[in-house]
Write a protein that binds this ligand. Structure first.
Ligand SMILES: N[C@@H](CCC(=O)N[C@@H](CS)C(=O)NCC(=O)O)C(=O)O
Length: 219
């Protein structure tokens, strides 16, 4: 059986877990934390998530993992058939990663720890986040999904990519992505209402104490 290595507090882990559940693929969830011997044994970057495929290949990087799932398990597709629309879905995934998740992640130590960032860094991050929000506004049609009437990988990717901007924006930048993009709050509520999202959110909550203990343990 396929194994997903990671931990339920991780938004990147949850992108892959959601895609697996949405496609109805059976998998083992093996709880491992970043930069530990357990994760290095399956992923040279030491990051979470990683995957061992049914054939034994070790893969990593969330976007690679979900695209692999589309290739290896074509039933219940999460990419549209039309290549033009598929391009739009990929564009939204990339925008979510580069201009929302990664930008906000820079300020995570300010929220999870007590790290202070200079105003120049806060301004830089905000500019990138505004670029992401502007792009979402231009690209998403919320009909009701990001691209039309069917759930795609873009919806799954963005749901979890938003978790850090949602935290960091109001806390550190006096800026809220949920208000910056018209339609995003309704979409987010719709995405949160599914049984799969509820299970992932419950698992995340249940993992919080263990994850906090991992973060505060001396490395
Ligand atoms: N580009 C990676 C990012 C994964 C990532 O940053 N995961 C976090 C956990 S949410 C992590 O492992 N952080 C530890 C580190 O960066 O050393 C992906 O898409 O899978």
């Amino acid at each position: 059986m396929l194994t997903l290595h990671g931990f339920p507090f991780s938004n990147y882990h949850n992108i892959v877990k959601h895609a697996l559940m949405q496609k109805g693929i059976r998998f083992d969830e093996r709880i491992v934390y970043p930069n530990t011997p357990e994760i290095f044994a399956v992923n040279p970057t030491g990051k979470v998530p990683a995957m061992t495929t049914e054939k034994g290949t070790q893969l990593s990087e969330s976007s690679v993992l979900i695209e692999y799932l589309e290739d290896a398990y074509p039933e219940h597709p999460l990419f549209p058939e039309d290549v033009e629309v598929r391009g739009r879905v990929r564009q939204l995934m990339k925008v979510s990663e580069l201009y929302l998740e990664l930008a906000a992640r820079r300020l995570l130590p300010a929220v999870l720890g007590n790290v202070e960032f200079p105003q120049a860094t806060l301004d830089e991050v905000r500019l990138v986040l505004e670029r992401g929000a502007r792009s979402l506004t231009a690209l998403a049609d919320f009909g009701p999904y990001l691209v039309g009437s069917e759930l795609t990988l873009a919806d799954i990717y963005l749901r979890y990519a938003l978790s850090i901007p949602k935290m960091v924006g109001p806390a550190k930048l006096d800026w809220n992505v949920m208000e910056a993009v018209l339609g995003l709050a309704d979409w987010d509520a719709m995405m949160a209402s599914t049984d799969i999202a509820k299970k992932i959110d419950a698992d995340q909550k249940a993992n919080t104490a263990e994850f906090m203990a991992y973060i505060s343990a001396p490395k």
